[in-house]
Design a protein around this ligand. Structure first.
Ligand SMILES: [Zn+2]
Length: 281
């Protein structure tokens, strides 16, 4: 009997091992495998986040907000309009910073770029009316992220930000809306209708982003929102395509393809996009 396999071990002081199981039972094996699998489970959205500290350049209060750990989320690729996509999390949801005390808000890249006269505009036109956002949530839903970005867009208008900041914030909102309908649960009632509605909303922001970036190209010096001249030309060409302004899109792509300064990678992307345009132009 199995019980006796190790019955003599007591003689060498190892009596506690007398119950050792010689062959692992299938059940036990399955249990161990299950435990191991659980340990390797895909991380949840909250696992990618940490609380990052900021000091508000408008009201000087210190606060913490959700941010994505650098290098934690693996980039899977990008859409034709350069929207980045990550595994396990839509990082774009966390790219907006809100000071919950005074209501000042912007995309992270612009947060500290505020002059004292702009801060005054925020203090006068936003702070007295601002009721605060939800700061207790562990992760942001798309609705929460969109609300924060809309607040950033309103701040950009109030503080008379550069046209590129407004355009970039519109683009980020359009990307969030795209993320929202791509990630809608299948059981969403009237899912197709909801998706169609969100696509209409996305287009409105894309149009505003297009309009703003065209103006920014004419009056601002690159880099604009972190993009060099030709990356911006590529982006505007793609926004023009999405807005069905095909002739403009084609013109920008042709300029890009023959330019000496644009990278080969960008030119390849531009050639790909030009193929998409040929059926219209
Ligand atoms: Zn503040």
């Amino acid at each position: 009997m199995a019980d006796n396999l190790f019955s003599d071990l007591g003689k060498v002081g190892l009596g506690m091992l007398s119950g050792l199981e010689l062959y692992e039972s299938e059940e036990k094996k399955a249990e161990v495998e299950k435990k191991e699998a659980a340990q390797e489970a895909v991380p949840e959205e909250k696992d990618y986040l940490f609380d990052k500290g900021y000091r508000c350049p408008v009201c000087d209060s210190e606060f913490k907000t959700k941010a994505v750990r650098t290098g934690k989320a693996k980039m899977l690729g990008a859409d034709t309009d350069l929207r980045p996509k990550y595994q396990g999390i839509d990082s774009l949801k966390y790219d907006c910073i809100v000071c919950n005390k005074c209501g000042y808000s912007s995309l992270s890249r612009f947060f500290n770029n505020i002059t004292s006269s702009q801060a005054k505009l925020v203090k006068t036109n936003i702070t007295p009316y601002f009721k605060g956002v939800d700061t207790k949530c562990e992760t942001y839903s798309y609705d929460e992220a969109l609300l924060r970005h809309q607040l950033a867009l309103a701040n950009a208008v109030i503080k008379k930000a550069k046209v590129s900041e407004k355009a970039y914030t519109c683009l980020k909102i359009a990307w969030l809306i795209r993320g929202q309908y791509e990630n809608l649960p299948n059981e969403t009632p009237d899912k197709n209708k909801v998706v169609e509605g969100l696509k209409v909303k996305e287009k409105e922001y894309i149009k505003k982003a297009y309009e703003g970036f065209v103006a920014a190209m004419a009056k601002e010096m690159p880099p604009i929102c972190g993009m060099d001249e030709w990356t911006l030309v590529y982006l505007v060409a793609e926004l023009a395509r999405q807005c069905e302004d095909y002739a403009k899109s084609m013109k920008l792509l042709s300029d890009l393809i023959v330019s000496k300064a644009a990278s080969t990678k960008l030119k390849d992307r531009a050639r790909e996009m030009r193929k998409l345009l040929h059926e219209y132009v």
